[in-house]
Design a protein around this ligand. Structure first.
Ligand code: DGL
Length: 267
């Protein structure tokens, strides 16, 4: 493993690009590998065993491509598989993502916080332990958003359509509960942040975890002397288990390009 090796990032689909953006901002010289497991998206509808198996497969693929650090850019996969990944690959550096309960509780003035995430994330043991650790007196209102990941995977992130209808349906119960913070507990949701903001209004703070995850990646690389010393900008390589012709335009749209290209992988 060397400092010039790339950082590997994976998600069930294109959602992890919201994390990749923050990583690119903070680490402009690093090469980045991104795997969208589009064939099996959404993970929110899969069993924990299945999500773990996919997480192992994607990790192994990224390791064969020389990844020096793996970012599990998916809340659903992190809450389900991160602990097992660390046990199974003890020499690999991992960074995961989880709903920002701690920050949400700190921000809330009325002690009512909402969380939008997949059903798997919200029912996982890891989520429960986050609540036990950080919620304290704050009331946490959770809301799964069925069908939303699929719309974002299709690149439908603007106002005026089915995506906005689903966002309205998911945010309404939280707003009725009087929350003053909404946590985006799925890496797909930062792409529809403006729709959540529109529904929630100016009095509600919207939080996601992209920037803290990127900072954690920087810390881990620095601690292990794995930050590249290269002077030129890093490149991005995209992979998908889905059809590259279908996934590439969505990556192009959400990322603003396709870097060195999108390659299909039968994993
Ligand atoms: N981006 C994933 C997450 O953060 C996706 C969810 C899914 O595939 O259902 O939870």
């Amino acid at each position: 493993m060397s400092a010039t090796d790339p950082i590997g990032v994976f998600d069930s689909g294109v959602g992890g690009l919201s994390i990749l953006k923050e990583v690119r901002l903070l680490l402009p010289k690093e090469d980045l590998l991104y795997f969208a497991d589009s064939k099996y998206c959404p993970y929110g509808a899969k069993t924990p065993t299945f999500i773990k198996e996919r997480s192992y497969k994607l990790t192994e693929f990224l390791l064969t491509k020389g990844a020096k650090l793996i970012i599990v850019a998916c809340n659903t996969a992190s809450v389900t598989a991160l602990e097992d990944l660390r046990t199974k690959y003890p020499d690999v550096h991992f960074v995961g993502v989880e709903p920002a309960i701690k920050q949400g509780v700190l921000y809330s003035r009325n002690h009512k916080v909402g969380v939008l995430a997949t059903g798997v994330t919200l029912s996982g043991e890891r989520f429960y332990s986050l609540l036990k650790r950080y919620a304290g007196e704050t009331l946490i209102f959770t809301q799964p958003c069925h069908g939303l990941v699929e719309r974002i995977e299709a690149g439908e992130v603007e106002a005026g359509g089915e995506t906005e209808r689903i966002v309205g349906e998911c945010t309404a119960p939280l707003i009725e509960s009087g929350v003053d913070v909404i946590i985006l507990g799925c890496t797909h949701y930062p792409f529809i942040r403006s729709l959540v903001e529109k529904k929630a209004g100016p009095g509600v703070k919207i939080i996601d975890t992209g920037a803290p995850v990127a900072r954690q990646a920087l810390r881990v690389l620095r601690e292990h002397n794995l930050l590249t010393q290269r002077t030129k900008g890093g490149r991005e390589f995209f992979f998908t288990s889905g059809h590259p012709q279908a996934v590439a335009p969505v990556i192009h749209r959400l990322w603003g390009g396709v870097g060195e290209g999108v390659s299909g992988q039968l994993l």
